[in-house]
Ligand binder design. Sequence first.
Ligand code: PMP
Ligand code: GLN
Length: 382
Amino acid sequence: MSKYLKSKLPDVGTTIFTVMSALANEHGAINLSQGFPDFDCDEELKELVAQSMREGYNQYPPMRGIPELLDEIAKKIEFLYDLKLDPESEITITAGATQAIYTVISAVVHPGDEVIVIDPAYDSYRPSIRVNGGIPVMYQLRAPHFKIDWDELESLITDKTVLLIMNTPQNPIGRTFKSHDLEALADLVERYGFMVLSDEVYEHIIFDEQPHESILKYDKIFANGFAVYSFGKTFHNTGWKIGYCVSPPNLTNEFRKVHQFNVFTVNTPMQHGLAKYLGKKEKYISLPAFFQAKRDYLQQALVNSRLQPIESEGTYFQLYDYSEISDLPDTEFAKLLTTKYGVAAIPISVFYHTPPNDPIIRLCFAKKESTLSLAAKKLSVI
Ligand code: PMP
Ligand code: GLN
């Protein structure tokens, strides 16, 4: 081994999602851990992609994405958030949201810069900051309400704070930012001038008739903001890894300087297929009801179990408190559930920098009713 090899992320191992899915496979457990649907994406979309391949769309597309898809995304954003964008200078197609997040951080975070992260957070944020020499500064939300106290958050801002990362609806807690949260954030952005990276991959998975509070609706935030999205979450094809990043021209310019060297372009036939599909508004407008039915189905199926649901307002995750069943730490309990009781879950401690020791697991309900029913049967006898 080279004497020069020195890990940039010495404490990072395999992600919990990979570990739990592997454990689920090994033990033949029902996998409610990693967030992906167990049903297929729309045949119509697959056919549009296949058709694009047959039509010869198989070489490099433009670096920022194909114009047809950028235009369709701009139309969708205008329809949903009443914001008119220039697709050429404000939208970039990415290899999923994870690459968009990594690219934003690489483009704007310099060594020694501080980045505020709202914990519990999706697992890619912290390593992406650290590998770029930034310092993650955690603002920790507390169960079961997970509310942000904006005065408390303000006390974390220093003259080194360059970026704040938010996620709404938020994985793993299933909570959403409300308009008063965005207003408080807009005020901080105006006063301190930091940038905002808003992870909005679950924009269409939001329940009980709530609106999605995108940063795209708040001029003061968007002027300094990047919003990232994932077609994988919206169209049930997480394996395609296509998403996009929306930001004003000056920020997009910096974003693309990195993007062109860490991915350059994103696969062509899928972009063409998605461009033809995206105009069909009913495909995403129907999602809140589709996933809310699954959330409610799982809750109902578990009503006689000793797992207590913690409100889920969005995402395809539901937290459950297992304190009536066990005193084990959540990582041990999640393993036991998988190996002994046949249902894989994610312990929520892994989403925290400093885990609070809450007896809580996360279940993914982006599954067929038959899968949820079978899992609930197993979970109800514990
Ligand atoms: N952000 C959040 C909050 C997520 O839960 C996920 C998980 N899929 C991603 C980003 C990554 O999205 P993609 O698969 O498009 O990279
Ligand atoms: N976002 C998904 C989850 O939270 C998984 C993504 C991944 O496997 N990296 O389960």
